[in-house]
Design a protein around this ligand. Structure first.
Ligand SMILES: *[C@@H]1O[C@H](CO)[C@@H](O)[C@H](O)[C@H]1NC(C)=O
Ligand SMILES: *[C@@H]1O[C@H](CO)[C@@H](O)[C@H](O)[C@H]1NC(C)=O
Ligand SMILES: *[C@@H]1O[C@H](CO)[C@@H](O)[C@H](O)[C@H]1NC(C)=O
Ligand SMILES: *[C@@H]1O[C@H](CO)[C@@H](O)[C@H](O)[C@H]1NC(C)=O
Ligand SMILES: *[C@@H]1O[C@H](CO)[C@@H](O)[C@H](O)[C@H]1NC(C)=O
Ligand SMILES: *[C@@H]1O[C@H](CO)[C@@H](O)[C@H](O)[C@H]1NC(C)=O
Ligand SMILES: *[C@@H]1O[C@H](CO)[C@@H](O)[C@H](O)[C@H]1NC(C)=O
Length: 587
C-alpha cells in the first residue's frame, strides 16, 4: 500500500510542470507532448528539439531543422530518441530527473527511452548549435549527447565512430528502423549493409572488389569519419568525398536514405529545399534487398527503380515488394525434367554454390541440373581475369537481382522442362513499381506488453480514489494541525500505515495513542543519528524492501514533520505543502 502511495504521488507529481524555456531543461523539469511551446531551440535558431508527430496520436522526441520552414508534419528530422516506440499524444513527457537521468515516459508512465546518466550535481539539457542535444553537469562536463547515438542522419562535425550506425527509416511515412545501415565493418572499412528479415549482405563498397581495389584501407583501426563544415567528408579507411557545393558554409546532412543509398543534402540558397550534393552510387539497384528474394531490380532513368518477377514467378504480396517473388512451379530433382530460361544481362548477387571456371554452357547446365537446390546459374565470360575464360556460378538462392549497366553476362533460370516454351515467350520485363509499403498513418494503441507496467497501470487506475483519499488525509491533517493548535491529530493513528512508516516493528503499533507518530518518528531519527545509521532505515516499513525512492520518501516525511511542528508559525502553509510535494523528481 505504502509503495503504491509513493508510486502514485510520484506519478502525479513526478514531472513538475515544465519550465518551457527554450534555452534548456533543468534538472527536475520536463517537456510535455501536449504543449506546443515545450521545444528547445539551438542558440543560432537552426535546430529545435521536442515532440514531433510520427503518426496519428503517435509522437517521437526528435531534433529537426527549422528550415526549410516546417509545420508539424514536414520538418526535416535529424535525430529521434524513440523512433521504434512512439509515445501517446497525451500525458507523455521528457523528464530530466534530479538524479541526472533523462527519461522519456509514455502516457502510461512506461519508460520508453532513457540516457541512464547519473549526476550528483545539478544537470542541464541544452540543444547546442550544430544540432547536438547535450546533457551537462554543473561543471559543464558532458554526461550524454545525441551525437553519440545517431539515427539515420549525420550532421557536420558530428563524429561517426566505431559505435555509430546510421539506420534508414522503414518507409516514407514510417520513421522506425529500416533495413539499410552505414557502419564501420570489423575490417575498419565504412560499409553499407542490407539487413533484412530473411538475409543480409554488404553492397558498398562493391563486394566483388577487394578493399584496396575499392580505394579503401583496412589498416587504421581508429574508425572515425567526419563531415567538415565546408563539405569535405573523410574517413580513416581513406574514403573521402567533397560535396558538389564544397566550400560554402550551408546547412548539410548526410542521410542513410530508405532506398539504401547514402546522400549528402545541402540546404538550397533560398533555404526552401534540400538538394543532393553527393551520393554513394548513382545506380539505385546496387542497394541490396529492395526488391526482395527472386525479383529483379531495374533502373529506368526517368521513373526510378522498378522491381519485376522473372518468368514463372509471382509477387508474394502484391502490396509489398520487399517480400519478393515466389515460383509458380515445383522443380523436380530429376535432371531430365528441368530446363533453362536465358535472362539477358541479369545478375543475381551472392549465394553461389560454387564457382566453376572453364566450363561450357552445357556443362554448367548439367552441374545445376544435378544439384537439386540449384535455382539457376550465372554464366559469364570474363576477359579481365587470368586466365580469360568462362565462369559458371550455380545459385541456391536468387537474391539482389538486377541488370547492371554494361553487364556482359546472362542468368539461366531453372524451370520445369515442359514449361520452357511457354515461359520463353514471356522473357520480357514485367515493369512494376518498386514501392515501399503503402504509407499508412501510424496509429498508437496501448500495448500493455510488460506485465509489470500493466499491473502498475491497473493499480494506478484502481487506486485513483485512494489517492484522492490519501491526499485529503495529508491535507486535512496539516489543516487540522494548523487550525487547532493541537499536537494530537485524529489522523495520526491512521497515518503510520498510510505513510508506509513502520509503526509496528516492535509490536507496539496499536499503542499509537500514547506514542504519537511525531514523537515516534523524531525518536527514531534521533536514535538513528546516535548509532550512525540513516534514519530512514529506522522509520520506513521494511515491507517496502527498499522499493521506494529515498528522496521522495524523505521529502514526504520532512513535509509531514514540518506540518506537526509545535510552533505554529514554523508549520508550512497549505501552499507550501503542495509545493513540497510537487518538488518530487521524475521517477
Ligand atoms: C588513400 O588514397 C590516396 C588516393 O586517393 C592514395 O594516394 C593513398 O595511398 C591512400 N592511402 C592508403 C593508406 O591507402
Ligand atoms: C588513423 O587515422 C587517424 C585520423 O585520421 C590518424 O590520426 C592516425 O595517424 C591514423 N593511424 C594510422 C596508423 O594511419
Ligand atoms: C578533406 O579532409 C581531409 C582530412 O582532413 C584532407 O586530407 C583533404 O585534403 C581534404 N580535402 C579537401 C578537398 O579539402
Ligand atoms: C527421371 O525422369 C525420366 C523421364 O521423365 C524417367 O525416365 C526417369 O526414370 C526419372 N529418374 C528418376 C531417378 O526418377
Ligand atoms: C581453361 O582452358 C584453357 C584451354 O583448355 C586452359 O589453357 C586454361 O588454363 C584453363 N583455365 C582454367 C582456369 O582451368
Ligand atoms: C526462346 O525464344 C528465343 C527467341 O525468342 C529462341 O531463340 C530460343 O530458341 C527459345 N528457346 C527455347 C528453349 O525455346
Ligand atoms: C512501422 O514499422 C514498424 C516496424 O516494422 C511497424 O511495427 C509499424 O507498424 C509500422 N507503422 C506503420 C504505420 O506501418
Amino acid at each position: 500500500m505504502a509503495k503504491l502511495i509513493i508510486l502514485i504521488l510520484c506519478l502525479i507529481l513526478s514531472c513538475p510542470l515544465s519550465s518551457s524555456s527554450s534555452n534548456g531543461l533543468w534538472a527536475g523539469s520536463s517537456l510535455s507532448v501536449e504543449s506546443a511551446s515545450d521545444v528547445l531551440t539551438s542558440p543560432d535558431g537552426i535546430f529545435s528539439a521536442g515532440f514531433h508527430p510520427v503518426g496519428q496520436n503517435a509522437y517521437s522526441f526528435a531534433i529537426w531543422f527549422n528550415k526549410p520552414s516546417c509545420n508539424a508534419n514536414s520538418c526535416t528530422i535529424v535525430w529521434m530518441a524513440n523512433r521504434d516506440q512512439p509515445v501517446n499524444g497525451k500525458g507523455s513527457r521528457l523528464c530530466l530527473q534530479k538524479s541526472g537521468n533523462l527519461v522519456l515516459k509514455d502516457a502510461g508512465h512506461i519508460v520508453v527511452w532513457e540516457t541512464k546518466t547519473i549526476s550528483v550535481s545539478p544537470t542541464q539539457l541544452k540543444l547546442e548549435n550544430g544540432g547536438n542535444l547535450v546533457l551537462r553537469d554543473s561543471r559543464g562536463r558532458k554526461l550524454w549527447q545525441s551525437y553519440d547515438s545517431p539515427t539515420d542522419t549525420l550532421l557536420p562535425l558530428q563524429p561517426f565512430t566505431e559505435n555509430s550506425r546510421l539506420i534508414s527509416s522503414k518507409s516514407q511515412g514510417n520513421h522506425s528502423s529500416g533495413y539499410y545501415q552505414l557502419y564501420f565493418d570489423t575490417d575498419n572499412v565504412l560499409c553499407l549493409l542490407y539487413k533484412g528479415p530473411e538475409f543480409s549482405s554488404v553492397y558498398w563498397p562493391s563486394p566483388w572488389l577487394l578493399r584496396w581495389e575499392a580505394g579503401r584501407s583496412t589498416f587504421n583501426n581508429s574508425k572515425i569519419a567526419v563531415l567538415d563544415s565546408l563539405g569535405n567528408f573523410s574517413s580513416t579507411d581513406n574514403f573521402t568525398f567533397v560535396s558538389a557545393d564544397y566550400g560554402s558554409r550551408v546547412p548539410r546532412m548526410l542521410k542513410m536514405d530508405l532506398d539504401g543509398n547514402i546522400r549528402l543534402y545541402s540546404l538550397n540558397e533560398d533555404e526552401e529545399t534540400w538538394v543532393v550534393s553527393w551520393q554513394a552510387f548513382p545506380q539505385p539497384c546496387m542497394a541490396h534487398g529492395c526488391c526482395g528474394p527472386n525479383s529483379i531490380c531495374i533502373y529506368i532513368p526517368d521513373s526510378g527503380r522498378k522491381c519485376s518477377c522473372p518468368p514463372g514467378y509471382i509477387m508474394v504480396d502484391p502490396t509489398d515488394w520487399s517480400l519478393g517473388c515466389q515460383s509458380e512451379f515445383k522443380l523436380s530433382c530429376n535432371e531430365t525434367e528441368v530446363g533453362y530460361l536465358k535472362l539477358r544481362h541479369v545478375e543475381y548477387y551472392g549465394y553461389d554454390y560454387n564457382m566453376y571456371p572453364n566450363v561450357t554452357l552445357d556443362d554448367c547446365k548439367r552441374i545445376c541440373s544435378e544439384l537439386c537446390d540449384c535455382k539457376g546459374f550465372q554464366f559469364r565470360f570474363i576477359k579481365a581475369h587470368e586466365p580469360d575464360g568462362t565462369y559458371c556460378y550455380p545459385k541456391t538462392q536468387l537474391l539482389n537481382g538486377h541488370r547492371p549497366p554494361n553487364f556482359n553476362a546472362d542468368f539461366y533460370l531453372k524451370v520445369p522442362k515442359a514449361t520452357v516454351p511457354f515461359y520463353n515467350n514471356s522473357v520480357q520485363d514485367i515493369k512494376l513499381q518498386c514501392s515501399n509499403k503503402l504509407i499508412q498513418p501510424l496509429e498508437r494503441h496501448y500495448s500493455k506488453k510488460h506485465v509489470n507496467e500493466s499491473v502498475r497501470f491497473a493499480l494506478w487506475s484502481a487506486s485513483a480514489v485512494g489517492v484522492v483519499e490519501i491526499l485529503t488525509v495529508i491535507f486535512v491533517w496539516c489543516f487540522l494541525i494548523r487550525t487547532h493548535d493541537h499536537d494530537k491529530s485524529p489522523m495520526a493513528r491512521r497515518s503510520p500505515a498510510a505513510m508506509g512508516i513502520n509503526g509496528s516493528s516492535d509490536g507496539s503499533g496499536s499503542k499509537t495513542e500514547q506514542r504519537t507518530l511525531v514523537a515516534w518518528v523524531k525518536e527514531h531519527m534521533g536514535r538513528a543519528e546516535e548509532i550512525g545509521e540513516t534514519w530512514k532505515q529506522e522509520i520506513i516499513d521494511p515491507k517496502l524492501k527498499g522499493e521506494y525512492d529515498e528522496g521522495e520518501m524523505l521529502d514526504l516525511v520532512a513535509a509531514a514533520l514540518r506540518c506537526v511542528q509545535e510552533d505554529r508559525d514554523a508549520r508550512p502553509t497549505m501552499g507550501e505543502v503542495v509545493e513540497m510535494l510537487l518538488r518530487h523528481k521524475c521517477h
